[in-house]
Design a protein around this ligand. Structure first.
Ligand code: ADP
Ligand code: MG
Length: 698
């Protein structure tokens, strides 16, 4: 096959060569012409204008100065750690500071010579300075055109030392575009370009590097973002179509004795309308003959477990087994208990399998699973292990916290010759845009209603000075028969130093809440499973009034009588964790309270997180704020998603475009499910090309 020009190794571009190509690969992972073409400017600057030192009055803008270096100073002991240059123009002086590439910078710059300096000023101890500005001799002829929207590429001192200065990048891009422009393939069908009102891909890629004006830049960005989002959606939805077409699953047409007698005799309460709606959706999937792949989203406490159980009973009614997989042992055993309790009176065989299940028990369990006697298996990752073989697995429920990736989901399929139906439940809501990308191949059900009678948890933010007030409040609640959690942020449960915080906290609490009047449970990751268990049990049975714990209690613990959640050093928790923790209270009919204790020093984000918690109890709203604060890259689970493939598009800012992309991907596949039409061939080609790196996504 003839190599496409965009797959040409970058060393063959005029002026690069093998050793500099190697540098590009190492520093910024650019290997081919195509990679370079997609190395977009990180900003656009006006380099026709010069400022003077005195004119600098904010650290917001990038400025260009012309003047002389009057002194160079090496600062730091033994091994020089930084270079400070004094730069002077007719209006005054400023400092240029360098931390990296000191040797080559030192060699390049001469005192007394005139330079053009370009960079972003920082305010430091009341004065402006520049760290790692671009610096070029003023007398060297600058060939680059001086348009107001000059592309500016990010680079490093290492790259600069090998000639990859921002200005040289501009030259390189010009050379590249003149060579490849004619060969840039269009990736979308003419219909799509029309429907989404886009410009051509070649035009967009040219303009992203060399925009004529702000409008054409905006149109180019839109086109490139659309492509990024569209092809991820097209690929995800194509997977879904292929699965629907090829993967037949058992059709659970029967609603029988298990489901019906549970519904009639065991249901402890009326289902909420949202639960009913979701169960209907699941039933329709299970009976369709196609494999179900459904994501169940619902806020903390919205009653997902019950939906899972009733879905599993449908599998049982159709002579199949079901399993429920949870991310932690505590959660798994909690599910096991809840479900066993709810099934009382029905003849259903349920078992629990986790890492700490004893060997003898395990062997028996494997046998009963294989001959089909065991009907519902609940557990952790242990369920994925090879020895675990089902007789007739019909439904897999995954209660996850973004912890099971696409690959692990797939391994559960392999547990059965005919792929089982799959229901994924998220423990906390995730923003819509993220769901569309992370779970874009799944159908989505939402429980958007809490069981009746729940009062939203009241949330307060307090400082150390309010400690006594908080303790008094705890006492008051305890005297009314309520129970209280006090949670500490421990990131590494095996870290003794960190655990000390918890122990100190325990001391303080036990001094104020002395025996024998008050009993306290303590739970952390260093305890053995049995100890943890018994501490929890004491709390559950109301033998203790206070539970001091780390976040091991984050998921699953269900003690409706607990009405106060005190979170220590709350500023150290992420939003979704805070929301999860708060979800541990407010489960009964009484008013519950969440108290966020923090230090006085808060970062802007830390303050925003606490304010958000105080303002709202809506998990979806909290998830949106979380996404805005952290960006999708830092959210758990995004590694397996398509997000790494996004260069320009943002799941925070480009929701509208994402929706359009998804809708058009749907429409495309509706009309041409196998992408066979001639006009859709550019899309197929792009999905197969090296430019679309699905490997990173799936
Ligand atoms: P989550 O969605 O967080 O997993 P759970 O399934 O643990 O929520 O349910 C939270 C609590 O609400 C449990 O105590 C459960 O028994 C109760 N619950 C679930 N559905 C209803 C309902 N329809 N009416 C009243 N209480 C319910
Ligand atoms: Mg749950």
């Amino acid at each position: 096959m003839v190599r496409h020009i965009l797959d040409t190794p970058v060393e063959y571009l005029k002026g690069i060569g093998p050793s500099r190509a190697e540098m590009l690969r190492k520093e910024i992972e650019i290997r081919t012409f195509g990679d370079l073409l997609h190395y977009y400017p990180f900003r656009y600057v006006d380099r026709s204008k010069f400022y003077t030192v005195r004119e600098i009055d904010s650290d917001a803008a990038w400025v260009q100065l012309k003047g002389r270096i009057t002194a160079i100073q090496s600062v730091g002991s033994e091994r020089v750690s930084r270079l400070v240059m004094t730069f002077r123009d007719s209006s005054g002086e400023t400092e240029l500071v360098f931390f990296q590439g000191l040797k080559w910078i030192r060699e390049k710059v001469q005192v007394g010579r005139e330079y053009i300096v370009f960079g972003k000023p920082n305010l430091f101890q009341g004065k402006y300075n520049f760290t790692h500005p671009d610096i070029e001799p003023a007398d060297e002829e600058i060939q680059v055109h001086q348009e107001p929207l000059q592309p500016y590429y990010s680079t490093s001192e290492k790259l600069k030392s090998r000639g990859f200065t921002p200005r040289n990048f501009v030259r390189i891009m010009r050379t590249l575009l003149s060579q490849v422009y004619q060969a840039i393939p269009e990736t979308l069908s003419p219909q799509l370009i029309r429907q989404a009102k886009l410009i051509s891909r070649a035009e967009a890629l040219f303009n992203i590097h060399f925009p004529r004006d702000p409008q054409s830049l905006a149109k180019s960005q839109e086109r490139i973002k659309f492509d990024e989002l569209f092809f991820i959606q097209l690929q995800l939805l194509r997977l879904k179509y292929i699965r629907m077409d090829k993967v037949k699953s058992r059709s659970f047409v029967k609603i029988g004795e298990f489901f019906n007698s549970f519904y009639r005799n065991n249901l402890p309460f009326e289902l909420t309308n949202a639960q009913k709606k979701v169960i209907r959706e699941i039933r329709a999937d299970l009976g369709s003959g196609k494999q179900m792949n459904r994501l169940l989203q619902g806020d903390v406490g919205s009653g997902k477990t019950l939906v899972a159980l009733m879905s599993m009973l449908i599998a049982l009614d159709n002579d199949c087994q079901a399993c429920l997989m949870a991310p932690t042992e505590i959660l798994a055993s909690q599910h096991y208990k809840t479900i066993s309790r709810m099934l009382q009176g029905l003849t259903v065989e349920v078992a629990l399998l986790t890492g700490s299940t004893r060997k003898a028990l395990r062997a028996d369990l494997h046998t009963r699973l294989q001959d089909g006697r065991l009907q519902i298996l609940i557990g952790t990752h242990a369920l994925i292990e090879e020895q675990v073989q089902f007789n007739n697995l019909g439904l897999v429920v995954i209660d996850e916290q973004h912890r099971f990736g696409v690959a692990q989901r797939a391994r559960l399929w392999e547990k059965s010759a005919i792929p089982p139906h799959v229901l994924v439940m998220t423990a906390t809501p995730i923003p819509r845009t993220l769901a569309m990308t992370l779970y874009g191949d799944l159908d989505v059900s939402v429980i958007d209603e809490l069981p009746p009678g729940r009062k939203p948890v009241k949330t307060y933010h307090f400082y150390e000075k309010d400690r006594l007030k908080v303790f008094r409040f705890m006492k008051e609640q305890i005297s009314q028969g309520r129970q209280v959690y006090v949670v500490y942020p421990i990131i590494n449960e095996s870290d003794k130093l960190e655990l000390q915080d918890l122990m100190d906290g325990m001391d303080t609490v036990s001094r104020y809440f002395p025996l024998p009047e008050y009993q306290i449970s303590i739970v952390h990751g260093q305890l053995k499973a049995a100890e943890k268990e018994s501490e929890m049990k004491r709390f559950l049975e109301k033998k203790t009034q206070i539970m001091v714990a780390t976040t091991v209690i984050e998921v699953g613990v269900d003690v409706p009588n607990a009405s106060v959640m005190v979170i220590e050093n709350a500023e150290r928790f992420g939003l979704s964790q805070l929301h999860q923790l708060r979800g541990r209270v407010g489960r009964g009919a009484d008013q519950s309270h969440c108290i966020l204790m923090s230090s006085y020093k808060l970062t802007i984000d830390g303050r925003k997180r606490l304010e958000t918690m105080v303002r709202t109890t809506d998990g979806f709203e909290i998830a949106e704020v979380d996404l805005h604060l952290r960006g999708p890259g830092d959210l758990q689970g995004t590694q397996q998603s398509g997000l790494v493939g996004l260069k320009l598009a943002s799941l925070v800012k480009d929701e509208k475009l994402l929706r359009l992309a998804r809708e058009l991907a749907y429409r495309t596949l509706d009309e041409d499910p196998k992408l066979e039409r001639p006009e859709n061939q550019p899309m197929v080609k792009h999905l197969q090309s090296s430019e679309f790196d699905w490997g990173k996504i799936s």
